[in-house]
Design a protein around this ligand. Sequence first.
Ligand SMILES: Nc1ncnc2c1ncn2[C@@H]1O[C@H](COP(=O)(O)OP(=O)(O)OP(=O)(O)O)[C@@H](O)[C@H]1O
Length: 251
Amino acid sequence: MTEPVLEVRELHIAFGALKATDGVSLTLRAGEIHALIGPNGAGKSTLIGLIAGSLSPDAGQVRMNGQDVTGQDVAARARAGLARSFQVSAVAPDLTVLQNVVLAVQGARGGSYRFLRRALSDRSLTETATAQIDRVGLAPCRAIPAGDLAHGQRRRLELAMALAQRPRAFVLDEPMAGMGPDGAREMTVLLDDLRHEAPILLVEHDMDAVFRLADRISVLVAGRIIASGTVDQIRADDQVQTAYLGEERLP
Ligand SMILES: Nc1ncnc2c1ncn2[C@@H]1O[C@H](COP(=O)(O)OP(=O)(O)OP(=O)(O)O)[C@@H](O)[C@H]1O
């Protein structure tokens, strides 16, 4: 089998006596959406922080494309192709959609962020940016300041900016949060398409979206993965039903 795009091995981190990540291992393979679910406080954000590099583990490894990146910071992992949205956002509200994405493309090519006017006159930058904007369905909004976008449009902008980095893997933190049913459905369609660009580790509370999108689901409870499998396997898992939702049933 080919090397996973992203792999974590036996990650541990404790905050005082609390083991927030307690021996977590998982993989993300080309073309797949791997959903990470779990109740509030299970350790999902902590695990994402460890994967993205904003937290350092007490033990264990994070690997990208077969390389150990555990010692690398957030910027180095981003340069290696890890695109993390949405809790960390670099959107400039006063700049238009196009300007924001042009800057993201320029940044990904190693250019300076300071010379916006020069960047906007560079056709290769604007053409690449325009293609990403079209890809996420924001073409009608190209000239609108990012600060004026509706919530769902802003999420699309963030994805266009992530795409500009030519990601090898997406780590998406609650992309459906704050969206109405229509917005969530549209985002589901978009993510289903983006998985072909780069595989997606998806942290999401919207179970309809998770069950529609995920090839695999891992269930995190109290810092440990208690089950990992296909949608059908997770739905049928009594331990998951009990530990994850208590009295409620997964849909
Ligand atoms: N910096 C920190 N210092 C101390 N405790 C922390 C810290 N960060 C997280 N925790 C604790 O670690 C546990 C896991 O938190 P985390 O935010 O990772 O969970 P989560 O699954 O993302 O929750 P939610 O779904 O509510 O966002 C919680 O008990 C939380 O209070």
